[in-house]
Design a protein around this ligand. Structure first.
Ligand code: CUA
Length: 679
């Protein structure tokens, strides 16, 4: 208690003085007597702090994160949703969840995968191109990547991968909706995805677990070295169309080393990309047969290999026709990659995970999960080693291995289990340290810091618990902002009220603007394991508030030729095909009766003719598993077979107005043997 009294005097009083001042101003504006009100506020705030047992740090944290009603966040995080298969949008510093973006998994609020032709097509595009019924209804989203211009986030597009099935998706940040899903040819799983080149020429996807190439062919594990391969895919992005252009995309075959995270070079290293790897032992597991389990077999050597790839040269090789076609897709063979000198290996410490380029593009920071150091390579040293052909040897596949000591710049001892690194605007790096459950701040070398300051640990802050990735504001771009980092913790231990044996994960917001880091906020994330997040300055995003014109199709991002315009509502029968042209506006659908016969193929072209912000309508047909979400101006199409005779109410599934319950109608499916439908 004594302590609290002291702390209160030293810290709380200045804060309350601030509160007085703010209150004083607002009272003056309102013409009230400031003296009386100040006293009331003072005792109330003080009482609350005391009653809740808030420390001075708690109070500053609250003041830094509290967002008054009507105020917007300074940053937006775009977070992977892990096994949910989705992306989540979160404001910083308030840590308020703003939105789910449906990507690989059906999502009913957005009417994604519940009958709308546009979303059904997207999900179908992402199916496995093998066998029958390889419908995929989930994804394991890992690494979101915001599109970049000159190495800086431009806020136009977002890319995200699905580790479970090696897919990538394109999200347009004008409406925050998924526009394209691609099942990557020749690859079953990924991990090093997605990353973009500095002008978003390519979206990079590194594979994870090596498999026989092409992927659907069988090869036993005793043929691992010969038949199994890794792969890195470079998806050409057509910014004008907002789509990946598969005809100009290609792959590079890699040794079967279980490639891990990738990153694209920038500035001095632009044109190159790196991917870590974790099983250069080429272990094949089989604990049940007395073999070392993967965890041991893949950790025998002290070093694995960082893959260094000259993507500009690779692009040239493909244009020269030196790639081979596998499943109709251009693949540069491992042999060609070696012969044409586009692939090099750099030894990296045991069980590496992150590989991150510094903002100037010269340093590559690599972390070994079973090491206590981050290892830093210099791109200038790498370039020189390549020019001099200074190799310490070649691997089993004849890929040159650069000499570790000749390309290494520094190793900084930051703690056990370092993973991922981001940067600020003051020459500091921030690394997540998994085993220790800390976030370490350390100093980069020249030109950021010189002399004794370079390559030193500055401070560590404990996090709860088992931090995986971390994100700092624009911290993986050429121009980081500093200000905030968020620790993406795998375990939340005792931070939240228990809610059963599956516990939420924990996003911890950390203020990095001062000399000492301060923990500000714990945000439970009870949706999936959010793998990685990017944080962009909110004012770089220019989202639409409503669709730009009535009848807009979000998938084509243009006016739909079949959109129903007001006055054009009608029902057209052509044999067994019935087309219904419908509009929606507060608070009715037009028409309100849909009369069809059992067995008819029904297509409803429905347009929201709203132009008011927030005036979203749903369109749900009971008993048919159909639900659409129609944002103002949006046109959507739903196709179904009226295979179940009966009377099915349809209604607006979004509380849009006082007469929302009346925004309804009837789908009348007349039985085949019944009386003639009313005309
Ligand atoms: Cu429209 Cu409820």
């Amino acid at each position: 208690m004594k302590n609290f009294q002291y702390i209160k005097m030293v810290f709380l009083i200045p804060l309350l003085v601030l509160a007085f001042t703010a209150c004083d101003m607002s009272n003056k504006e309102q013409g009230q007597d400031p003296q009386v009100n100040d006293a009331n506020v003072a005792s109330t705030a003080q009482e609350i702090a005391e009653a809740r047992g808030l420390s001075p740090d708690d109070i500053t944290a609250a003041l830094k994160t509290y967002m008054p009603t009507g105020k917007y966040d300074e940053y937006i995080m775009l977070s992977s949703g892990g096994q949910s298969g989705q992306v989540y949008v979160i404001g910083v510093p308030s840590m308020r969840l703003l939105k789910t973006i449906a990507v690989f998994t059906p999502e009913p609020w957005q009417g994604y995968g519940y009958g709308s032709k546009e979303s059904m097509q997207l999900l179908k595009d992402g199916e496995m191109p093998i066998g029958e019924n390889r419908e995929l209804t989930w994804g394991d989203t890992h690494h979101p990547a915001i599109s970049e211009t000159n190495g800086d986030y431009d806020g136009e597009f977002l890319f995200i991968d699905d580790k479970a099935n090696a897919r990538v998706a394109v999200i347009d940040l004008r409406d925050f909706e998924t526009k394209q899903i691609i099942k990557t040819p020749n690859v079953i799983t990924d991990h090093g995805a997605t990353f973009v080149t500095p002008n978003t020429e390519y979206v990079i996807q590194g594979s994870q677990y090596a498999t026989p190439i092409p992927y659907y062919e069988y090869a036993d594990l005793d043929e691992y070295k010969e038949k199994y391969r890794g792969m890195v895919t470079l998806f050409k992005f057509d910014r004008g169309k907002g789509r990946i252009d598969m005809s100009n995309s290609f792959q590079i075959e890699l040794p079967p080393y279980w490639q891990d995270l990738c990153d694209a070079g920038k500035k001095v290293s632009e044109g190159w990309l790196v991917c870590g790897s974790l099983n250069s032992e080429m272990a094949t597991g089989g604990i049940e047969d007395g073999n070392p389990p993967f965890e041991a077999g893949a950790s025998q050597r002290d070093m694995d290999y960082l893959h260094l790839i000259d993507w500009k040269k690779a692009e040239k090789i493909v244009k020269e026709g030196k790639a081979k076609k596998i499943n109709g897709f251009d693949v540069i063979s491992l042999q060609t990659a070696v012969d044409d000198e586009i692939l090099y290996l750099i030894p990296e410490p045991k069980s590496p995970h992150g590989a991150d380029f510094s903002p100037d593009g010269n340093y590559i920071v690599v972390s070994g999960k079973l090491d206590t150091h981050v290892t830093v390579y210099g791109f200038d040293k790498i370039t020189k080693a390549i020019q001099d052909k200074n190799y310490e040897g070649r691997d089993h596949y004849n890929v040159p291995i650069l000499n570790f000591n000749d390309v290494k710049v520094a190793q900084v001892n930051i703690g056990l289990g370092p993973l991922h690194t981001q940067f600020d605007n003051k020459g500091n790096a921030y690394t997540s340290v998994f085993i220790e459950s800390t976030m370490a701040k350390w100093k980069l070398g020249e030109p950021y810091n010189t002399g004794d300051d370079a390559w030193t640990l500055v401070e560590k802050i404990p996090v709860h618990y088992n931090i995986g990735h971390l994100v700092c504001a624009e911290g993986d771009t050429v121009d980081p902002d500093g200000k905030y980092c968020v620790a993406l913790n795998k375990w939340s231990i005792d931070r939240f009220s228990p809610v059963g044996p599956l516990h939420p994960q924990n996003f911890q917001l950390i203020d990095i603007s001062g000399d000492k880091m301060q923990l500000l906020y714990d945000m439970p994330f009870g949706i999936g394991e959010p793998h990685y997040v990017q944080m962009i300055k909110a004012d770089k995003l220019k989202p639409w508030l409503i669709y730009p014109e009535i009848g807009f199709n979000p998938l084509t991002m243009s006016k739909d030729p079949n959109a129903t315009m007001p006055g054009d509502e009608k029902t057209v029968r052509n044999g067994n095909n019935v087309d219904v042209y419908m509009t929606a506006i507060r608070s009715h659908f037009y028409p309100e009766h849909i009369r069809v016969k059992e067995g008819d193929n029904v297509t409803i072209h429905i347009t929201s003719i709203e132009q008011a912000r927030d005036a979203t309508h749903g369109f749900a047909i009971d008993g048919y598993n159909i639900n659409l979400s129609l944002e103002p101006g949006e046109s959507s199409t739903v196709e179904f077979k009226a295979d179940k005779p009966g009377v099915y109410p349809f209604y607006c599934s979004e509380f849009c107005s006082a007469l929302h319950l009346e925004m309804a109608g009837y789908l009348l499916v007349e039985p085949k043997s019944g009386k003639t439908a009313k005309k």
